[in-house]
Write a protein that binds this ligand. Structure first.
Ligand code: TPP
Ligand code: SF4
Ligand code: MG
Length: 273
């Protein structure tokens, strides 16, 4: 391709995508194909579109997204593993006019920080929890998490999760929906453009709930992949996620404006898993 031809094409009017400035230029530390990067981007886009860049404080977790503060170009605070909802509680109570969110993996939120999560939601703190569920401890080498599916192999369940011995996967999002302090609870994904759009819409609603001081937690689960931990290619991992994760963790809204709108998902069906 000639240089002149390229110069003709690379013009502002031909721009089809521009990265939000709320994502830094730092190279993402995620494996190619991982959902964390997409999740980061759309959170930052929503904050930019709502004009909240100067007013938002994010709380980063421990896990693969431990460096979220290097990628999100807003005020950020690091929390110890699982403690993000407690840290966010302190920040929101000290600065009630700030918009606060946590970003947490499933090991962080549903294992090590179970207590902090349950109590923050039960208290009805007014912030957003973004929960990236890839069914595994990605960062530390793919150990079993509470969210690991029945029969799913991990480095600590090499023959597959045995429910009789290891218990059933914890549907923590459904559990949260039943607490009075949960205002909005939804489960989304980011593996296709259509799902990215839906998740963005849900994120926007969550942040707006907080801006409008609607009272209570907005809890957004993003079912995601971990191609490295699952030992699959990015394409295989997304396919596996659709075929195996989504039946167990069905996508959609569970609670809207404090009203449980999907009661069916509250039962755990282990048949066929
Ligand atoms: C209190 C404590 N326990 C354990 C660890 C080790 N650790 C760091 S990341 C991690 C797993 C994180 O998994 P998850 O939250 O699901 O995030 P992912 O990497 O899958 O996105 C563990 C167990 C730690 N840092 N602190
Ligand atoms: S190990 Fe898994 S969760 Fe971590 S960056 Fe890689 S694909 Fe993503
Ligand atoms: Mg995980």
């Amino acid at each position: 391709m000639s240089k002149d031809f390229l110069n003709d094409i690379i013009q502002p009017e031909n721009l089809v995508y521009k990265k939000t400035e709320l994502m830094t230029d730092n190279t993402l530390s995620y494996c190619p194909g991982c959902g964390h990067g997409t999740a980061h981007r759309i959170i930052m886009e929503v904050i930019e579109e709502l004009g909240l860049a100067e007013d938002t404080i994010g709380v980063a977790p421990v896990g693969c997204s431990v460096l979220a503060y290097d990628f999100m170009n807003i005020d950020m605070q690091q929390a110890a593993h699982g403690r993000a909802p407690a840290v966010a509680t302190g920040i929101k109570r000290c600065f009630p006019d700030k918009i606060v969110f946590t970003y947490q993996g499933d090991g962080d939120l549903a294992a090590i920080g179970t207590a902090e999560t349950i109590h923050a939601v039960n208290r009805g703190e007014n912030f957003v929890i973004i929960f990236v569920n890839n069914g595994i401890y990605g960062m530390t080498g793919g150990q079993m998490a509470p969210t690991t599916l029945p029969g799913m192999k991990s480095s600590t369940s090499p023959y597959g999760r045995d429910v009789d011995m290891m218990g059933a996967p914890l549907k923590i999002t459904e559990l949260m929906a039943q607490l009075p302090g949960a205002y909005f609870v939804t489960r989304q994904a980011v593996h296709t453009p259509a799902h990215v759009r839906k998740t963005k819409k849900a994120l926007k609603m969550a942040f707006k709930n907080q801006m409008e001081k609607k009272g209570g937690i907005s809890f957004i689960e993003i079912v995601s992949n971990c191609n490295s931990g699952w030992k699959m290619s990015p394409v295989q991992a997304n396919q596996w996620m659709v075929e195996n994760m989504f039946p167990f963790y069905p996508l959609g809204d569970i609670k809207v404006d404090s009203e449980l709108i999907n009661k069916e998902c509250l039962t755990v069906d282990l048949k066929g898993q």
